[in-house]
Ligand binder design. Sequence first.
Ligand code: IMP
Length: 427
Amino acid sequence: MPALVLLGAQWGDEGKGKATDLLGGSVDYVVRYQGGNNAGHTVVVGDQKYALHLLPSGILSPGCTPVIGNGVVVDPSVLFSELNGLNDRGVDTSKLLISGNAHVITPYNVTVDKVTERFLGKRKIGTTGRGIGPTYADKINRVGIRIQDLYDESILTQKVEAALDGKNQLLTKVFNRRAIEVGQVVEELLSYADRLKPYVADTVLVLNQALEQDKVVLFEGGQGTLLDIDHGTYPFVTSSNPTAGGACTGAGVGPTKISRVIGILKAYTTRVGSGPFPTELFDEDGEALRRIGGERGVTTGRDRRCGWFDAVIARYATRVNGLTDFFLTKLDVLTGWEQIPVCVAYEIDGERVEELPYSQTDFHHAKPVYEYLPGWSEDITKAKSFSDLPKNAQDYVKALEEMSGAPISAIGVGPGRDETIEINSFL
Ligand code: IMP
């Protein structure tokens, strides 16, 4: 059963878009299973660069059906502007399917996200401000609005009333903001219904039938393992499960159907927003990684925090996701360093720790223990096979593989679609 999960093995932004798109040509369905327009994929096709936030990156492959699963939160206005942008550039988006059970990011969820962050002050999470957390909170509180609710005005009105009851108290009495009107929200949500309609489908049924017919289904995670609400650096995380299990709940496909779980692993580390990051660099090396790697958020435009590769995190990602393979990205960014530090363990209160500490307090105190690997200066962007890489680059990859606990089956050596070395096929 060719069901693959592709997910970020670090804090997101590992270059998943490129990996998904690379597979897109041979994949029948590309499914997003969690998150919303907080994600950001940059996909380069020819001389065209596409920035996608909500849509699965398979939308750029003509033979592929892109699916937004039930676990995703959808902001319809963002969806439409993303579709319009692609249509203007001649991309056919008519095959898109959206689960009727996916929750809608309403305007009040966006307001609550921004107001809450402001209220938290220096304790803020550094969210993308897109309403993601509050929408998932409404889902869990059972006051969420689902796509299917847009087709029953009476139910929609009741649900918006229920959701706003408490929120308006909070907005007016705690945050000193104006109350949000039910009628206005309902009107805005209803205005999306007609355009959404052709895309709405029972995606659970579609995907399971596809798997029965031996179609290739790729589940594409947004964000990354360390941003997972359960397995990440809580509370500095997103509000969903980017880890492999999220693909099952967020798309309605059983774990027995998943044949391969591929972790996208950047050859160094980045993170956006607040929270612990043991290998973070505050010197010219960090600045160089940011500049050479173009480490600026696709969604937020914020500079990403940059640091050396952290093998402790990679091992953790292998464990919590049951990774079968890694796709190592952005190896070319490391060209030019005489030696490259790699974090192999942490030192916590004077003790060497090999695995990710269970306690948040410990993780906040973790200091990286580095091993220094010899660098290379040759241009590697034209390398087509592993043996084309300079010896030191080969050794760097082999060392990462050994430390991380799963085989590296592909290596990204440049931003373009074809600048990838495939070692083992994913299919
Ligand atoms: P939220 O997902 O907007 O609630 O933000 C929660 C945390 O996840 C913040 O630290 C964000 O910067 C981070 N985050 C959300 N989406 C992404 C992503 O696609 N890449 C990297 N970080 C992300």
